[in-house]
Each structure stands twice: as structure tokens, then as C-alpha cells.
Design a protein around this ligand. Structure first.
Ligand code: NAG
Ligand code: NAG
Length: 166
């Protein structure tokens, strides 16, 4: 009987008492590029997001998840990050980001950053150092020559058969 009670306590607790804000919150994903343009350049930006935060509050959101806003050459619309510590200029400045964060805090809305750690842009400092074999950076990326293409001797095939699924 004791075991049974313990088990039921374990089952019940995550639902009724242990829930963290992220387990019960309402999330709104913002794609900054198209969400709200505040300066008329045709591209959404951080100030536009800040302007619309009260609306998210009104519709009951507790958190906003931002698709990547980091510095990027935009070959993959921001998922190709060239500097994880800088804001892409067309979205605004670090000061704009800090203002957005401040407003979100005032409204009690959590801001979730979209971190993409599994690859970088080829323009990222680490990639440039790694491709140029700067000491200490050689293994920051996986380097492989690829396999000979049996159908085309001047071509190389990717080193694995991994597919990208969305
Ligand atoms: C890297 O992570 C992102 C975000 O989870 C994912 O969409 C993408 O497919 C991943 N890319 C690779 C090459 O693993
Ligand atoms: C063979 O591969 C090379 C390098 O990728 C490419 O430039 C060329 O067009 C290919 N030839 C054919 C016939 O597909």
C-alpha cells in the first residue's frame, strides 16, 4: 500500500503541484521578419515586436518564442548564424533587443530565444578559423572529403546519407 501511495504521488505531482511555467504557459511563435515592420523598410523588426507585445498579453500569451534574430548572411533566413552575440541589423540593434526584453518583463511575458547550436554560417568566426586550419579550431566542425561519385569522376558525394526532414 505504501508503494502504491508513493507511486500515485509521483504521478500526480507533475500535473498538480510541480508544473513549471513552461509546462503550462501559452506560447506564441514570432517570425520577426514578417511579424511587424516599425520603420517602413518592408522587413519586420524588434521594435515592431515590442509595439505588439501588449496584444500578446491581451490574448493570454505567457511567452513569445522568437525565430532567430542573430547576425546572419540570410542564406537560410537566419538559421545560418554568423554571430550568435549580435543582432541582425535589419531587425534592429542590441539596444532595441534590450528594450524589447524590458517591455516583455514589464508585461510578464517570457521571451524564448531560438538557439541553433548544430551548425553556423560559413561566415562565422569559428568556421573561418576551422576552414583555414587555425590551431585549436580544426575540429570545431566535422571535415570530410566526401566520396567519389561513380557517375562523375570530377564530383564528390556527401560523406553521409543523412536527410533533412522538416
Ligand atoms: C539544426 O537544428 C535546427 C533546429 O533544430 C534544425 O531545424 C536543422 O534541421 C538542424 N540542421 C542540421 C544540419 O542538423
Ligand atoms: C560533374 O561534377 C562537376 C563537379 O561537381 C560538375 O561541375 C559537372 O557539371 C558534373 N558533370 C556532369 C555531367 O554532371
Amino acid at each position: 500500500m505504501k508503494l502504491l501511495l508513493l507511486l500515485s504521488a509521483l504521478w500526480v505531482s507533475p500535473i498538480f503541484s510541480q508544473s513549471d511555467w513552461w509546462q503550462t504557459g501559452q506560447f506564441y511563435q514570432i517570425y520577426p521578419r514578417s511579424f511587424k515592420d516599425s520603420n517602413g523598410d518592408g522587413i519586420g523588426d524588434l521594435n515592431g515586436i515590442r509595439e505588439k507585445l501588449p496584444h500578446l498579453k491581451d490574448i493570454g500569451m505567457t511567452a513569445a518564442w522568437l525565430s532567430p534574430i542573430y547576425k546572419s548572411p540570410m542564406k537560410d533566413f537566419g538559421y545560418d548564424i554568423s554571430d550568435f552575440k549580435a543582432i541582425q541589423p535589419e531587425y534592429g540593434t542590441m539596444a532595441d533587443f534590450e528594450a524589447l526584453l524590458k517591455r516583455a518583463k514589464e508585461l510578464g511575458i517570457k521571451l524564448i530565444m531560438d538557439l541553433v547550436p548544430n551548425h553556423t554560417s560559413d561566415l562565422h568566426e569559428w568556421f573561418q578559423k576551422s576552414v583555414n586550419r587555425v590551431k585549436g579550431y580544426e575540429d570545431f566542425y566535422i571535415w570530410h572529403d566526401g566520396y567519389p561519385d561513380p557517375k562523375n569522376s570530377s564530383n564528390r558525394l556527401p560523406p553521409n546519407n543523412w536527410v533533412s526532414n522538416f
